[in-house]
Design a protein around this ligand. Sequence first.
Ligand code: BGC
Length: 563
Amino acid sequence: MPAPESVLLDPDLSPHPSLDADWWRQAVVYQVYPRSFADSDGDGLGDIPGVTSRIGYLAELGIDAIWLSPFYPSALADGGYDVDDYRDVAPELGTLADFDALVEAAHGVGIKIVVDIVPNHTSNRHVWFREALASPPGSPARARYVFRDGTGPDGSLPPSDWTSHFGGAAWTRLHDADGVGEQWYLHLFAPEQPDLNWDNREVHEEFLTTLRFWADRGVDGYRVDVAHALAKDLSEPLRSKPETPGVLPIDGSDPLFDRNEVHEIYAEWRGVFNEYDPPRTAVAEAFSAPERRALYARPTGLGQAFNFDLLKADFDAAQFREVVEFCLAQAATVGSSSTWVLSNHDVVRHATRYGLPAGTDLDDWLMTDGRQVALDAEQGLRRARAAALFMLALPGSAYLYQGEELGLHEVADLPADVLQDPIWLRTLHTKKGRDGSRVPLPWTGEGEGYGFGSANPWLPQPAAWSHDAVDRQAGVEGSTLELYRAALRTRRALQTGETLEWVETGREDVVHLVRPGGWHCVTNFGSEPYALPAGEVRVASAPVASGLLPGESSAWLTDWPQG
Ligand code: BGC
């Protein structure tokens, strides 16, 4: 079969997708958790100049964009998702000039920058919240947040039964100087993260200003935190949430989440995105009934929405295929492209998930420092590599989480005294939370913090990471880093249309998909080897000998003769 011309181009010569306004549709976006990426000044915290110093690494990896988790001033009550000032850089992470230098360096090598916008809540140190605390009930300063009188005879009971995602009530009561209780305020996350009132026009204006502020500095897109929760039904009496936790109605009738009105906010944001050339992009972190996810991804809204279906699936052929079919169909209903994610800063890393028996309660497992059930680390990594190749062969955008390209595992045995996640505190030490996925990256097999840049990174790194470090994997055939590099290079060269077809394999545990132009991905979820079809193996997650794909591995093939 002759290949389309673009497919035969040398990858280095093919047009970079970021030159195009649709660059995001099939981009590989790499999530940087700034405090854990690279520390340029030796204070134990990663920072913005640290990211800039590693732009060469990211370019060589072959990504299209960086998504920066929050780098704004913050007391870190929730790892930076408690923002003090949306239009500045945390002093310990750098300055606005450092940020500009990062954008320039990234753009210089064709990498886009996406920033995290956190519109559901500010931090309790934000100037608005300080004003609200200093102002009386009913004042305009309080109207930017959700303040209510308590219930019960002396107002000592919360205004409703709403609970925080991090455990405990979603309301905290204020007390005056004499310790007398007064109003309560809403926080769907930590008490240090008061929810904004999106019925207030001032809140809208503030975020439009913030979006323009970053777009004017050259930012290419936004990741919108908790995008489903901004519009709330705050009419009295406040309604209880539905009985079944985690299941949201498909008619938008939940009092707090995924309400129809939330899309009016994003239609207005779209107006701002389209003021720029190319238009700025956005991706929603939205939890909704699965059928409603695409509403966030409309071209008149944010344009794209995360789905975490692949991340939640077991390493299983039927589950993976079902997720792909569903998500592609959903995105297509609104003309968007699907997103794919295996790991991020909120979940146990996928190399670890796949090395534990399906159904393991990860919170419980972490509480035993990973001892409750034995982790098969090798199997986990083998499967993680296979899943990564599968994901990277799909049409749509792949979101990678820093360190997955090194095959890093979750750090399950962080000692209690270093844990910083509010989940640890708010669940009264019954859940460890997410710190184990946020441990600073190893860059070198030796040296301070394995090349992170400081002797005492803010979370301790395991000794085993010496072997996983970038310099131990770079140039080493078969390493996970080289697998990702080869995959991203090949993907860029082969990617054409946004469709796929399934090819019958005769095995329930083997999935074969083909993209336009004859780019095949075969994933063997089982343990028995599988005889690959004819074609040239371009990338494989495990050695392919005599045309046999080993168990728990993936291979990419092209079916035309290569010149
Ligand atoms: C972020 C979390 C954060 C939460 C509250 C999430 O979706 O990814 O890390 O704790 O929003 O802002």
